[in-house]
Design a protein around this ligand. Sequence first.
Ligand SMILES: *Cc1c(COP(=O)(O)O)cnc(C)c1O
Length: 385
Amino acid sequence: MIYMDNNATTPIDPKVCEKMSQFLKEYFGNPSSLYPIGRKVKEIITEAREIIAKALGAKRTEIIFTGSGTEADNFSIRGVLDAYPEKNEFITSAIEHPAVIETAIYLEKKGMKVIYIPVDQHGIIDLDFLKDSITPQTALISIMHANNELGTIQPIETVVKIAKEKEVLVHTDAVQSFGKINVNVDKLGVDLLSISAHKIYGPKGIGALYIRKGTNILPLIYGGHQERQIRAGTENTAGIVGFGEAVQILLERGERDKKRIEKLADRLKKGIEEKIPKLKFNGHEKNRIKGTLNISFLGLEAEAILLALATKEIYVSTGSACSEGSEETSHVLSAIGLKPDVARSSIRMSLGRFNLEEDIDIVLCELPEMVEKLREISALDVDEY
Ligand SMILES: *Cc1c(COP(=O)(O)O)cnc(C)c1O
């Protein structure tokens, strides 16, 4: 099997798996219990929190575990807006993950004013538009760090600079950037930042939200006193342990992985460019997560390519996992100005830690022939584009 859909989810690292199963066998205590088997689990959670805080350049007390990256995004946006009932404006971008976009739509239905910052053809947000959109009513700006479909990296430091002049809080969805490029909360300057374990070779169903000390936020989930009483519910202890281990591995080998993945992706991109005509590469050439390739195969339906590749056990995506199977085209690809036909011809290949040189060889051998055959039988005329 050749797995090239690492932006949708990553295979769990064997060391994470080992650590979690050891933990599950030995420790069942509730971290809120005061006797030793509970206390021990609390200590183990604290260690994981410490590792994650270290990786982000944050303090341990600024990390809140959540049930997913999606929950971290929801919590951040709804929690901050709830804390500022006198303000009624929220600013985000046109290319956010559904975790943010759908939250924004919910807020609009509740009567909040939401502004979606447009992006250019490479997926970079319009900073002047952002500057002009901030008013005294703006409670929060949420702009993603790296886009899941294009890999495009946003100038978050500049967003923060603009926001701070007007004393507005900034959240960033760093689910896709964490583990692939440097993510440091002080360097970025953000007030809130979301991450998720299953995008970094950890388990599914566990995420975290960084909340800068002093930030006003109300809980999304009410209940017990867990997670500083702002995210109640008995902790997903094994998930937290796995998350901590996944981040520990990142700290140890992240840089090496990054270089290797970039080389592989570069070879894949060059090979595809050489062997297949009538392509369009989407996303920013330089400010991009290099392991993410988003390619329009003009004249074809992306789904046909995806299914043809799947018969060879090569797995890629048509973009956002959440929009897969629906007839709509990607909101990200339409935001960068792709015509619906071009958007529908686009596939995303995202490489990760476990991809090998030979994966690239095989794809470069199979894909050109596949595209040629599909184009022969395609009803669409490529020259129309
Ligand atoms: C995957 C992803 C999420 C959602 O994280 P989950 O843990 O799967 O809920 C949010 N934002 C981005 C950019 C993502 O890629």
